[in-house]
Design a protein around this ligand. Structure first.
Ligand code: FAD
Length: 385
């Protein structure tokens, strides 16, 4: 019997879930609160642990048209830009992990997923869900209802569905991510060859990489931020504030900031791993379940892994066995996502060590880095794990 699965939230995680659940032979429909489907004007990395799953969902060609596979990964010193360590990536990543490491414009990735799902239902904000033995009634802000056999909450950091299945509040990290996108030709020093760069500095770090098939360069800076600030934040932050915060940093970064038309600023949150992310016929995925700091660039990748595992557990499920299948999904994902959440916090600390002995020890360790260092993360295959 085909299940009727409702996915609440049309972000990267929700859309991937629809595709994975349909691939498992069920019906899946996606409800999105925004009336216009889209994503932030910023970049995203999709590591091999997630790109292999997107390929299996039939998206290789569409991704190849918009993604970049950086040829190098560089760790740099904050003030001079001197390279601490360079790794050759591109084909080496495929040789090591069997799938590429992509850098993309978020809107491009989102569009690829929306096109593949084909029938996302926009403008429908879920405001509640009531379940009985046979199914779940979703309630929407416009007064309409939808009945499903199974409901997946893919409604992000502020998830309304999470409040129905679990407690716990998001935790402000004390940091904000500043993000800009500029035309590649405005920053020739950083555009060619396609490179994923990290500048590591005391209390701050910066990442840059090409997106949109190399036409644009994405820059993201993780800087300290006051908790009080978050209340009044808009999504745009003044470029001169970003430039001032990076005073004394590599001049190439200032070339990027000077070329930017808009500067986005987002407070960064995560949440300690939750014991329960589901009950009965409802479960969560992605940021709704395990929001994480972006310092391993894995939030969306983990949401895509979630989506794949949901497809796996639901493959042979019936209306009667679906709740058990969801519990198997939750068990299968708990340790993995908790590890990535915790290591993301730790990575942020390492990237931002103050000048001094610990920073020098970190750099010695970095110089010994090889791709095998990422086996635990990128070598993971959600289909067999
Ligand atoms: C600065 C920064 C950089 C990052 N970089 C990376 C990276 O390089 N690689 C990576 O893998 N991850 C990265 N991440 C993390 C990644 O962006 C998120 O983990 C990912 O987007 C989460 O996807 P999601 O689908 O779970 O949630 P979301 O993207 O938040 O989507 C949730 C969707 O649900 C909708 N929604 C919410 N409530 C309702 C409702 N009640 N009814 C209907 N719809 C609703 C929302 O409108 C939204 O469309 C980064 C995050 C940040 C902040």
């Amino acid at each position: 019997m085909r299940l009727n699965v409702a996915v609440v939230g049309g972000g990267i995680g929700g859309l991937a879930a629809v595709l994975a659940i349909r691939r498992a032979g069920h019906e899946a429909v996606c409800f999105e609160q925004s009336s216009e489907l889209g994503e932030l004007g910023a970049g995203i990395q999709i590591g091999p642990n997630a790109s292999r799953l997107l390929h299996r969902l039939g998206l290789s060609e569409a991704l190849a048209a918009v993604a970049v596979e950086p040829a190098r990964l560089q760790f740099r010193r904050w003030h001079s830009g001197a390279v601490i360590k360079e790794l050759v990536t591109g084909p080496e990543v495929i040789a090591a992990f069997g799938a590429p490491h992509y850098t993309l414009h978020r809107a491009d990735l989102h569009r690829v997923l929306v096109d593949a799902v084909a029938d996302v239902r926009p403008g429908l904000q879920c405001v509640g869900a009531d379940q009985d033995d046979d199914g779940v009634n979703l309630r929407f802000a416009d007064g309409t209802f939808y009945r499903a056999d199974v409901v997946i909450g893919a409604d992000g950091l502020g998830s309304r569905l999470r409040r129905l299945v679990s407690s716990g509040v998001a935790r402000f990290s004390g940091k904000a991510a500043w993000r800009v996108l500029v035309p590649a030709e405005a920053v020739p020093n950083l555009a060619d060859p396609p490179t994923l760069r990290l500048w590591l500095g005391p209390g701050k770090h910066v990442v840059s990489y090409p997106v949109s098939a190399g036409r644009l360069l994405n820059l993201a800076a993780a800087l300290l931020a006051d908790v009080e600030d978050t209340e009044s934040w808009t999504r745009e932050g003044p470029a001169d504030e970003l430039a001032a915060a990076l005073h004394g940093w590599d001049p190439d970064l200032h070339t990027v900031i000077a070329a930017a038309k808009t500067t986005l600023r987002l407070p960064l949150f995560d949440r300690p791993p939750l014991e329960h992310i589901g009950t009965g016929r409802m479960t969560l995925l992605g940021d709704a379940a395990h929001p994480m700091l972006p310092f391993f660039a894995q939030g969306a990748a983990q949401a895509i892994e979630d989506a794949w595992v949901l497809g796996r557990v639901l493959r042979n499920a019936t209306r009667a066995t679906a709740p058990d299948a969801l519990r198997r999904y939750e068990q299968a994902r708990h340790a993995r996502t908790a590890t990535v959440q915790q290591r993301s916090v730790r990575n942020g600390e390492l990237f931002q060590l103050p000048n001094g002995l610990r920073q020098r020890v970190r750099d010695v360790a970095l110089r010994r880095f090889t791709l095998t260092r990422f086996d635990w993360l990128y070598g993971y295959d959600a289909d067999t794990a």
